[in-house]
Design a protein around this ligand. Structure first.
Ligand SMILES: Cc1cc2nc3c(=O)[nH]c(=O)nc-3n(C[C@H](O)[C@H](O)[C@H](O)COP(=O)(O)OP(=O)(O)OC[C@H]3O[C@@H](n4cnc5c(N)ncnc54)[C@H](O)[C@@H]3O)c2cc1C
Length: 266
């Protein structure tokens, strides 16, 4: 079998739910230091086996082709050799069922370049920052916080994480720990279909912004001159929450235009 492009080894695999894993890889060669929030590619050949809880592929893969997809990095920006990824299985997808079947010690391809413009570094150190995520969209924020929380004591930093059930809240423990440790960090998870034991919010993200919950609980204003908003995850959430922020005067930042609304769609 042609496995010549594999250039990293899987050194950690946490099964968060049947369809969510945290995968850590050790690359044979270190990557260059990256900006928190950036992404690289992971790849496996089409001949690799698929997970037992996947479905037939929508588009059949060619056995000798290296299937590559983009994944945000959860690690701190200085971790140039050990990279962590948070991955959701698309059951009929080409790559994710193969990633889910990989185990500790297995080989994998990791892109040589780390790229992307969804970076905390673009928000000035004293500005307040609100990071909104659904699903695996939480990943770049884990990197933001692991890389920069100590360097931004004068910035209020808020994570709003929307999910259906409590078990879908990846990195809940780490974010709760930061919430209890740093007075300038606020973690606001919100569930749309929580059971009776859930003590937290049960609001849609747009409701949290429009009903004043964000301002009441954190003191952070929805004001494009003061607060930078980051949105990452599901395209429907991004469309709807962007619309809400644009009504508050926000402009989307692009490579060519300035703005304090940053968007990354998965
Ligand atoms: C910049 C960037 C960063 C990304 N970071 C992450 C990350 O950190 N974690 C992560 O899990 N994914 C991430 N993705 C998505 C990832 O690149 C793949 O698209 C995803 O894992 C599906 O790959 P696949 O080969 O299994 O499915 P494919 O064979 O590529 O897709 C099959 C079908 O499923 C649809 N689909 C794609 N993604 C999803 C989804 N999440 N849910 C439902 N349907 C979907 C596609 O539209 C397509 O029609 C990122 C994408 C981009 C562009």
């Amino acid at each position: 079998m042609n496995d010549s492009k594999y250039n990293a080894t899987i050194v950690g695999k946490i099964q968060v739910t049947p369809d969510l894993i945290i995968l850590t890889v050790s690359t044979d060669e270190p990557r260059t230091e990256f900006a928190a929030g950036q992404y690289t590619t992971l790849g496996l050949y089409g001949y690799e086996p698929r997970s037992v809880n996947s479905e037939p592929e929508g588009v059949p893969s060619k056995p000798e082709k290296l299937i590559q997809r983009a994944y945000s990095i959860a690690s701190a920006r200085t971790e140039t050799r050990r990279l962590e990824f948070y991955i959701s299985q698309v059951k009929s997808g080409q790559l994710t069922p193969r990633l889910f079947q990989r185990n500790m010690g297995d080989r994998i391809y990791v892109g040589k370049r780390i790229v992307g413009v969804f970076r905390l570094a673009d928000a000035p150190p004293d500005s307040d920052v609100v990071m909104i995520a659904t699903g695996t969209g939480i990943t770049p924020y884990v990197s933001f916080l692991r890389s920069h929380i100590m360097e931004r004591p004068n910035s209020k930093m808020v994570v709003i994480q929307g999910a259906t059930h409590q078990w879908d809240l990846g990195y809940f423990s780490e974010l709760s720990f930061l919430n209890n440790t740093f007075p300038n960090f606020y973690y606001l998870p919100t569930l749309t279909d929580a059971d009776a034991t859930w003590p937290g919010h049960r609001l849609w993200i747009e409701e949290m912004l429009n009903s004043g919950v964000l301002e009441q609980e954190t003191g952070v204003a929805i004001d494009p001159d003061k607060t930078h908003f980051f949105l990452c995850g599901n395209p429907n959430m991004i469309k709807s929450v962007s619309g809400c922020l644009i009504e508050h005067g926000y402009q989307k930042k692009t490579r060519k235009t300035p703005g304090t609304l940053y968007v990354e769609e998965f």
